[in-house]
Ligand binder design. Structure first.
Ligand SMILES: Nc1ncnc2c1ncn2[C@@H]1O[C@H](COP(=O)(O)OP(=O)(O)OP(=O)(O)O)[C@@H](O)[C@H]1O
Length: 397
């Protein structure tokens, strides 16, 4: 039996029933693992009661039946309620939202079928990562820059739009797909390990990949319009919530996806990744210069697979040296704005191993030569876009 009077019911389909005040306070601290908002705010708690014998009963509504994170949600609810003074046992009952409740949830989290990052008031910095050639480490660099920013406490999203060579989930050890709530797609969240955090706030890293929607055994043989539709759907249907940074891992070269991204996200800042090798440099310049036609700005160049420090103090320059600076100088001249070399990431076994084991090197070996170089590049990407200098839409009295 409940010790308190029932909360008044409203027409809001997410409005909860009986919530015991102390249990509610504890449940306010339980976040939905994907939406990262309190389960109470999302209407996922229908009842929370405590009887005189200390038996707590919590009724949780999952967004969909077969929710892959039901175990995590149940565990977190049980732990939070179990810690409330006077609670001796916790009984968690799981149910599923009605379509009406799901629609209300979508509205509450502000999911609209538009590209939120293209709106003039968006505070998210969007980085479109491109390279001329394949295999130069574009995906590895993207994942590590995103991971380094998440370790600093930022909210970061990655869209793996490398349709023909998607590799981001593997680089982050993500083996789970997204959750679909009506037409809203919730991307998997990668937890930043506690030992990798460099600030008091735990950052968030959300990732969506074309590889989560296609059969990995089959090649993706899509033509331009289908590719455009896929990128558009990623940007409209996937609900990332508020992000400080969004990274787009583009396919190498100047193909359809790069052009679609430029149309859908004209404010995206392009990052060019290249090895120092002359052949790679020339092609990378071309993919950076695409910005001339699309009107995007190029935020900088990241040189990867640069000279590897050797135990005897020497440096092995497998792919030559100086290529990154040459691309930066050439793009500065062609685009008419400063395109800096943001950093030079050496060839490093730790970086390759981190990719193979699904642990970004900036988390697993932050002080390795590549870890240090990538963290320095992430620092140079700058702060999230603030409100400073933006019109607030207020009219003078
Ligand atoms: N600095 C580095 N040192 C050692 N290995 C690296 C380095 N950078 C990338 N690699 C390795 O090189 C390989 C290619 O990297 P990655 O998949 O990131 O390239 P890519 O440019 O995204 O390729 P594609 O465009 O074809 O998908 C991976 O095995 C990766 O672990």
């Amino acid at each position: 039996m409940s010790e308190h009077s029932p909360a008044p019911r409203t027409d809001d389909p997410l409005s909860p029933g009986d919530l015991h005040p102390q249990l509610r306070a504890a449940l306010d601290r339980v976040l939905d693992p994907e939406l990262r908002r309190p389960v109470t705010e999302l209407g996922m708690i229908r009842a929370a009661e405590l009887d005189a014998a200390g038996r707590a009963r919590v009724h949780v509504l999952l967004t969909i039946s077969g929710c892959p994170l039901r175990g995590t949600i149940e565990h977190d609810v049980r732990e939070a309620v179990g810690a409330v003074a006077g609670v001796r046992s916790v009984d968690v009952e799981l149910g599923v939202m009605t379509p009406e409740q799901r629609a209300a949830l979508k509205q509450r989290v502000g999911h609209t079928r538009t590209v939120p990052f293209a709106e003039p008031g968006s505070l998210t910095r969007v980085h479109a990562v491109t390279s001329g050639k394949g295999g130069v480490g574009k995906s590895t660099v993207t994942v590590n820059l995103a991971a380094a920013l998440a370790a600093q406490g930022r909210s970061v999203g990655i869209v793996d739009a490398d349709v023909h060579g998607f590799s981001v989930p593997g680089l982050l050890g993500v083996d789970r797909g997204p959750t679909q709530v009506e037409d809203m797609i919730l991307p998997p969240v990668v937890e930043v390990p506690a030992e990798a955090r460099s600030g008091p706030r735990a950052g968030v890293l959300k990732v969506i990949s074309i590889g989560m929607f296609v059969d990995p055994q089959q090649p993706v043989a899509w033509r331009g319009p289908m590719l455009h539709r896929a990128v558009e759907q990623f940007l409209t249907d996937v609900h990332f919530g508020d992000l400080d940074h969004l990274f787009l891992d583009l396919p190498p070269g100047t193909g359809d996806v790069a052009i679609s991204v430029a149309q859908l996200l004209p404010s995206a800042e392009v990052l060019v990744v290249s090895t120092p090798q002359q052949a790679a440099v020339e092609i990378a310049e071309r993919s950076g210069a695409l910005a001339l036609q699309t009107g995007q700005s190029v935020a900088g160049v990241v040189e990867n697979m640069a000279g590897m420090p050797l135990p005897d103090g020497g440096v092995l320059e497998l792919f030559g040296s100086g290529g990154g600076q040459r691309i930066a100088d050439s793009l500065t001249a062609r685009l008419g704005h400063d395109v800096p070399l943001l950093g030079s990431v050496p060839l490093d076994l730790a970086l390759r191993e981190g990719g193979d084991t699904g642990r970004p090197v900036v988390w697993s070996a932050p002080d390795s030569p590549a870890g240090r170089a990538l963290r320095a590049v992430a620092d140079r990407l700058g702060a999230p876009r603030g409100l400073a200098g933006r019109p607030l839409g207020l009219s003078p009295r």
